[in-house]
Write a protein that binds this ligand. Structure first.
Ligand code: FAD
Ligand code: NAD
Length: 466
């Protein structure tokens, strides 16, 4: 048994904690999978590299209305895939090598294997070969992330399916892809594969795609997706079977009765579960909530002194910018235990990089109503601003919610080109308490750029005083 000052479980956001300020601490870092975690290897980074490629591939389909006749003559899947992972895999390998071998990390030992608590502040690490090593520490950082949920569907395991962990490394592009689910992963991969020429069928249990977005945004997205893909709403997948010709028949049940969807590959995208079950935090006295999330306080500390948790393991947001923020908080609190700081989860934004993009921050209109928060709504359409005309966009819009008395923004919801970028000034205004009128009129807005969408929505807010 080896004792450490600090043990970090998970090399996603957890790996970013260690720097020269920890050089005096005898430290271990434990990883069961690929060094670098979800965002780098199977999450944000590769998906967005595929999304940009999809945007490029989709361009010819929209170019004729500008008087430009373009044709997509083919996509080279192997080249697309290998460009993405040719860039990413060396970064993961380099990160692992840096921790294992570089002089900067003389104080760090990397353990390959799954960490599981076996007693208070005692972790047993089981390697792929089944060998176990027991380590103890004064302090722990639990950054073990989450993994895709696979719902029980009779026959699905035998038929074979992909998750976001594997679908980006497909050997070849399928002609038809069935996606079970209707959230972030479903929307992004529907755009990616459809733009590359794959027939996409989205099988959603709910009546709306992206149903956690503001309802107006989710409704607009559902309408646009229905025009672009084969969308089956209110369909529960109840069976799967791989046929002799290699296709997979998915049986679904909807209010209209049983139905069948025949595809070549299946992507399961129904959410992610925290990896707390692998860690058994209870064995060290750390509490887990009913959704499997490790419970932390505002300092990211669990109920056990010196054990911190961050990211998808403990956060309901499951977003990389949140995991990064929490990792910085944990880093500070490890370095300055007598002067701890708190995480700031007041205004957490999110973006779906599908087609079109969606970006949001703060309350939806439905949440504001439920919580009885006073609000007014200001809207603007891409079709109402000059750059929106340039893009011939007729479907995108911004919807802002503000407190009518103070003018402070309480929510923002965008659907349309570059929504993830255009939202940023709103996040800034909310974070720093800038009211809508000052934001709209206290600065220049570059004309005729896309952020004029926000300027117009701000000016359209029916505030008590403006
Ligand atoms: C397809 C996809 C696209 C995404 N796109 C975006 C995006 O565009 N923007 C965004 O903000 N977020 C995105 N996310 C979410 C984002 O990737 C995660 O929120 C973030 O990576 C979580 O970081 P983490 O450090 O908490 O966990 P992870 O990065 O998952 O790190 C956890 C690590 O711990 C290891 N581990 C787990 N259990 C153990 C154990 N018991 N012992 C040892 N090691 C263990 C795992 O192998 C893993 O490497 C996406 C996610 C997916 C799946
Ligand atoms: N751009 C981004 O920031 C980004 C991109 C991808 C993933 N992510 C993160 O990863 C997480 C996981 O993404 P996701 O799309 O898998 O989950 P999600 O939570 O976004 O959506 C899952 C959807 O599947 C539905 N569902 C649940 N069980 C089902 C079942 N048995 N059959 C059919 N549908 C079912 C849910 O109702 C929900 O609408 C997200 O919560 C997000 O935080 C972020």
């Amino acid at each position: 048994m080896t004792h450490y000052d600090l043990v970090i479980v998970g090399t996603g956001s957890g790996n970013s904690i260690l720097d020269h300020r920890f050089a005096d601490l005898k430290t271990a870092i434990v990883e069961r999978g690929t060094f670098g975690g979800t965002c780098l290897n199977v999450g944000c980074i590769p998906t967005k590299m595929f999304v940009h490629t999809a945007d490029v591939a989709a361009t010819p389909a929209h170019s004729a209305r500008f008087g430009v006749d373009e044709q997509l003559t083919g996509v080279r899947w192997a080249d697309i895939r290998d460009r993405v992972f040719g860039r990413i895999d060396p970064i993961a390998a380099g990160g692992a090598q840096y921790r294992r071998q570089h002089a900067d990390n003389a104080n760090v030992t990397v353990y390959d294997g799954t960490g599981r608590f076996t007693a208070t502040k005692e972790l047993t690490v089981t390697g792929a070969d089944g060998q176990t090593r027991v380590i103890t520490a004064d302090r722990f950082v639990l950054a073990a992330g989450s993994r895709p949920i696979v719902p029980f569907v009779p026959g699905l395991t035998e038929a074979g399916f992909h998750t976001s962990d594997t679908v980006m490394r497909l050997e070849r592009l399928p002609a038809r892809l069935g996606i079970i689910g209707s959230g972030f992963v479903a929307a992004e991969f529907a755009h990616v594969f459809s733009s590359l020429g794959v027939e996409v069928t989205l099988i959603a249990r709910s009546a709306l795609l992206l149903r956690r977005e503001d309802t107006e945004v989710a409704t607009r997205y559902t309408d646009l997706a229905t025009a672009a893909y084969d969308v089956r709403l209110l369909h529960e997948t109840i069976g799967a079977v791989r046929r002799d010709d290699g296709s997979v028949a998915l049986t679904t049940l909807s209010p209209a009765g049983a139905d069948e969807v025949v595809v070549d590959e299946v992507l399961v995208a129904v959410g992610r579960q925290p990896n707390s079950d692998l860690l058994d935090p209870a064995a060290t006295g750390v509490e887990v909530d009913q959704d499997g999330r490790v419970v932390v306080d505002a300092h990211q500390q669990t109920a056990v002194e010196g054990i911190y948790a961050l990211g998808d393991l403990s956060s309901k947001y499951q977003l990389k910018h949140v995991a990064n923020h929490e990792a910085r908080v944990v880093q500070h609190n490890l370095l300055h235990p007598d002067d701890p700081i708190e995480s700031d989860h007041r205004f957490v934004p999110a973006a779906v990089f599908g087609s079109p993009q969606i970006a949001s921050v703060g309350l939806t209109e439905e949440q504001a109503r439920e919580q009885q928060v006073p609000y007014v709504v200001g809207r603007a359409e891409y079709a109402g601003i000059a750059y929106g005309w340039a893009m011939e966009n007729t479907t995108g819009f911004a919807k802002l919610l503000a407190d009518p008395a103070t003018g402070l923004l309480i929510g923002a919801h965008l659907i349309g080109p570059h929504a993830s970028t255009i939202l940023q000034p709103v996040i800034q205004a909310m974070s720093f308490g800038l009211d809508a009128h000052t934001m709209a009129r206290g600065q220049y807005w570059i004309h005729p750029a896309l952020p004029e969408l926000i300027e117009n929505a701000l000016l359209n807010l029916p505030l008590d005083r403006s």
